[in-house]
Design a protein around this ligand. Structure first.
Ligand SMILES: [Zn+2]
Length: 139
């Protein structure tokens, strides 16, 4: 009988220890919660995007610049436009012997005239080529 009781106490102690270690782990997990970091990151991105009025594509525009890059040159997009990811340079199929030298230029809202282009882009679905921007601004 005594042995049985000792066995029970031992089992209970082991159970108690395991339970505590699990609790400790979950408590630590919530403390170092990666969600906390995830919640912060979009905020940083959002505040960053809030300051960007629009983005435009800039190619080198010399004799080595390939046709695709030339065609994309001057394309204006809103910073949250889904195409931005697709056209993000360097263009993999670029035929320039020097490789793609295109860049995306981020224009902030405090830049003069940026609001005009931003609202033009909003009216045109978020993306315009160079000509549309030029015509839209002349009007
Ligand atoms: Zn390019």
């Amino acid at each position: 009988m005594m042995r049985f009781l000792v066995f029970l106490i031992a089992v209970y102690l082991i159970y108690y220890l395991i339970k505590n270690s699990i609790k400790g782990k979950t408590a630590r997990n919530t403390y170092q919660s990666p969600q906390g970091n995830k919640e912060k990151k979009p905020d940083v991105v959002n505040t960053h995007l809030k300051e960007i009025a629009y983005v435009y594509y800039s190619s080198a525009k010399d004799s080595d610049t390939c046709d695709v890059c030339k065609a994309l040159d001057g394309s204006h997009l809103l910073p949250n436009h889904k195409m931005l990811h697709d056209i993000k340079p360097p263009y993999i199929g670029c035929k320039s012997p020097e490789g793609c030298r295109c860049t995306l230029v981020y224009v902030t809202r405090d830049e003069e005239g940026s609001g005009e282009i931003e609202s033009l882009l909003k009216r045109r679905g978020g993306m315009c080529d160079r000509r549309t921007i030029e015509r839209g601004l002349v009007r």
